[in-house]
Design a protein around this ligand. Structure first.
Ligand SMILES: [Cu+2]
Length: 174
């Protein structure tokens, strides 16, 4: 039975390394919430990402079983108007954090398969540039919510230089 044990050990090692390669165990998500708007309007998703690793990692998007489309956006004020632009990625610095919050970076959730109501928990799988993923539960909050409602409000970081592909979408809702 020696060969069988060796095989079991090898399988275990392969499984462990596969899990390590796909799960973003160096990135921690907190204050994850979604601002639900009435009807079929897109919802903004917000989260604080902390990178405990020694290398920067970039959030490049997310997927969801509930929302058919998820895009990474950045809101900014231009000439007194709130504008949104698509961004390719948001870097979470090594030993640092990145904040997705109203009036800044957010994940735009579109085309919900089923209505999402305040209080619902929606799982989004965050995707990073190194190929890792981080399944994260977001709590749905009402349209007038300003934070995750957990008593620890996060604020959007000051505007940063980014390679936004500006597009003419201009709404004040995100
Ligand atoms: Cu948006």
């Amino acid at each position: 039975m020696k060969s069988h044990r060796a095989f079991t050990l090898l399988a275990g090692l392969l499984l462990a390394s596969a899990v390590h390669a796909s799960a973003a165990d160096h990135v921690h998500a907190s204050h994850a919430w979604i601002r639900v708007l009435p009807g079929s309007l897109p919802a903004g998703a917000y989260v604080t990402l902390e990178n405990q690793g020694d290398r920067p990692v970039a959030l490049i998007g997310a997927s969801s079983a509930v929302y058919a489309e998820v895009m990474l956006h950045k809101s900014s004020m231009q000439g007194g108007m709130s504008r949104m632009a698509m961004v390719d990625s948001l870097t979470v610095p090594a030993r640092g954090k990145a904040v997705l919050a109203p009036a800044g970076y957010h994940l735009m959730l579109m085309n919900a398969a089923t209505p999402v109501n305040p209080g619902d928990i929606v799982r989004l799988t965050l995707k990073f540039s190194d190929g890792s993923t981080l399944p994260t539960d977001f709590v749905a909050r009402p349209a007038n919510a300003l934070d995750a409602g957990d008593g620890k409000p996060e604020h959007a970081m000051p505007p940063m230089k980014h390679d936004a592909k500006s597009h003419p979408v201009a709404t004040g809702t995100h």
